[in-house]
Design a protein. Structure first.
Ligand code: DGT
Ligand code: CA
Ligand code: CA
Length: 575
């Protein structure tokens, strides 16, 4: 049974979580977390490395013990270490601890005083007002718990796009190995680059349909086969991801691709256009009477209703058909248009690589500038920098820039926005930087008006360039904080500062709707990796996908500018 790097990483994360619950040695816990990241970002499947006889202990952060565990997992799909830990951990504890705001102490109170062991029990208790009376809890924290559970339960059905991509790519490779298979495309929300996907919708054209179907349902990763027909099948993978597969004849490929790419709202609008022209459009083709007049390609389908090709990311029924009709579709940004990245962390705060390693990785990813933006002192869990350490880094970057070729490091900071809207470091040091990225890392629960005021005040500081992850959401974990985004966008435009689209798969923040609002207000968006390791520049792809969903063009994105054009935009016009 092939084991993927993501599976191994997941097992290591689980071990770390359980060790954490048991109060184990922090260094050991950290070793597992680091190993999980190393494995996840490796870029080559460990199973392949093993076949090549590569010594796994040569990987960063992988010692003998971890290498043994990896080998065990590759061999058996699991490890006894995790099984034992699970047996030693009370039922439900890990999921309770994962809720934001619930630490070991509060969970203990819930278990001992209310006999709560599962998320569902906790939801019931919170809903009936039993939680608020416990010491250390109140009506407000009860409400927060309830909300966090809803977010978690509703999110668990959907998977992050970047995670789904790993499973999708393996599956596509597997399908391509069949000689019968011609084209394989993942359609659905995946193709529209939606931040999370409910399931994968795969379309295949093939010489012999039955070969593809039987190959698909016998994929090693398949846990359950829900349906297995002649031209369609549905399975659930071990990861929990559901996959629909359809085999279609080449004459219908474009029509099927269009249909299964969706969205439903877009499909309905296009079908209506067809009806107005006396045509019938479905997943088999475009028909006039009994005659098929188009549908082998998507382009032919669009042409049949008098439209130019509409990129999948725009197909949400949010005005793309009208824009296409008037020939005013945006020319969407592409990954290759990004010239730099304005948000990254080195070892100095909570990153894992040196300045030089990050610079070289960014250069390899095709970028010509990279801003180093460590956390500031207020965020002590991330080893935030104080004035003295930041001053040292400024000098280190100046020195390094004299040696670097093909890339320039910019001096920045991801400075905490304090509760009153002040910044965590004084102007004397901020003035020495190329840019100041402001971010909220605390007090997520302020009332909407106060949260909005806080951000506006921060943007009004003398040195403020860019608002990082503006809504603060963590997909499936934490909702966006309450804030008046319309007002933030307006103020950003008036201040001459900018908004970030953070490309971390769990953030993708700004979201698509807010990207479009920013564009309409003339606010520039910066698509940043927020890299904490050298492999993280790969996340820029997802940032670009989200930007495309937000109708952004090259001109709307700050970091498509060459460095010389960028520099004046980093300095604020207002004092
Ligand atoms: P998801 O899976 O929840 O992330 O979102 P989608 O968009 O991938 O939705 P899914 O998997 O239910 O269906 C795939 C596509 O098939 C969908 O985007 C549009 C098309 N589709 C599904 N049901 C209908 C329908 O009832 N009418 C029309 N016109 N299209 C449909
Ligand atoms: Ca889908
Ligand atoms: Ca589906």
């Amino acid at each position: 049974m092939p084991v993927h790097n993501v599976d191994i990483a997941e097992i290591f994360e689980q071990i770390a979580d359980l060790l954490d619950i048991q109060g184990d040695n922090p260094f050991r816990i950290r070793a597992y977390r680091n190993a999980a990241r190393t494995v996840r970002d490796l870029g080559t499947e460990l199973s392949a490395l093993k076949i090549q006889g590569v010594d796994l202990t040569r990987l960063p952060g992988i010692g003998k013990d971890l290498a043994d565990k990896i080998n065990e997992i590759l061999r058996t799909g699991g490890t006894t270490a995790l099984k034992k830990l699970k047996q030693a951990t009370p039922r439900g504890l890990p999921e309770l601890l994962k809720l934001p705001g619930l630490g070991p102490k509060r969970v203990k109170a819930l278990q001992e005083q209310l006999d709560i062991h599962t998320l569902k029990q906790l939801r019931a208790a919170a809903a009936s007002g039993k939680v608020r009376s416990l010491p250390g809890f109140g009506p407000k924290s009860e409400q927060q718990i309830l909300q966090a559970i809803e977010t978690q339960l509703s999110a668990s059905a959907r998977m992050l796009l970047a995670t789904a991509a790993q499973y999708a790519q393996s599956l596509m490779e597997y399908l391509h190995q069949s000689k019968a298979v011609q084209e394989v495309v993942v359609a659905g929300s995946y193709r529209r680059a939606k931040e999370t996907v409910g399931d994968l919708d795969i379309l295949v054209t093939a010489a012999k349909t039955s070969d593809v179907m039987s190959r698909f349902v016998s994929y090693d990763e398949v846990k359950r086969v829900l349906a297995h027909g002649e031209t369609r099948a549905t399975v659930i993978l071990r990861s929990g991801l559901q996959v629909d597969l359809r085999v279609v004849p080449p004459v219908s490929f474009g029509a099927a691709l269009h249909y299964f790419t969706g969205s439903k709202a877009h499909n309905i609008a296009v079908r209506r256009l067809g009806q107005q022209r006396g045509m019938k459009i479905n997943e088999y083709g475009v028909f006039k009477g009994d005659q098929r007049i188009a549908g082998a390609s998507e382009a032919s389908l669009f042409e049949s209703v008098g439209l130019p090709f509409i990129p999948p990311e725009l197909r949400e029924g949010r005005g793309e058909i009208e824009a296409a009709t008037r020939d005013t579709l945006p020319t969407l940004i592409e990954l290759k248009h990004l010239k730099g990245d304005l948000h990254s962390h080195s070892k100095a705060s909570d990153g894992h690589h040196t300045l030089r390693e990050l610079a070289e990785a960014a250069n390899k990813a095709g970028l010509s500038y990279l801003a180093i933006t460590e956390h500031s002192r207020h965020l002590s869990v991330a080893h935030g920098l104080d004035e003295k350490r930041l001053s040292g880094q400024i000098e280190a970057i100046d020195r390094l820039n004299e040696e670097l070729k093909g890339i320039t490091l910019l001096k920045g900071i991801e400075v905490d926005i304090l509760e009153d809207g002040g910044l965590d470091l004084p102007d004397t040091i901020l003035s020495r930087l190329d840019l100041v990225v402001g971010a909220v890392h605390s007090q997520f629960n302020l009332p909407r008006k106060r949260q909005t005021e806080r951000l506006v005040r921060a943007m009004n500081q003398r040195y403020f360039t860019l608002l990082a992850h503006p809504s603060g959401r963590l997909l499936g974990k934490r909702k966006a904080y309450e804030v008046d985004m319309e007002r933030i966008i307006k103020e950003t435009s008036q201040r001459g500062c900018h908004l970030e689209l953070n490309a971390q798969p769990q953030r993708l923040d700004l979201n698509d709707i807010h990207c479009r609002m920013a564009k309409d207000a003339g606010v520039l968006v910066s698509i940043n990796s927020d890299a904490h390791r050298s492999g993280d520049f790969a996340y820029l792809t997802y940032g670009v996908g989200q930007a495309r969903r937000g109708w952004l063009e090259t001109k709307d994105v700050l970091n498509t500018r060459a460095l010389a054009q960028l520099r004046p935009l980093l300095k604020q016009t207002m004092g």
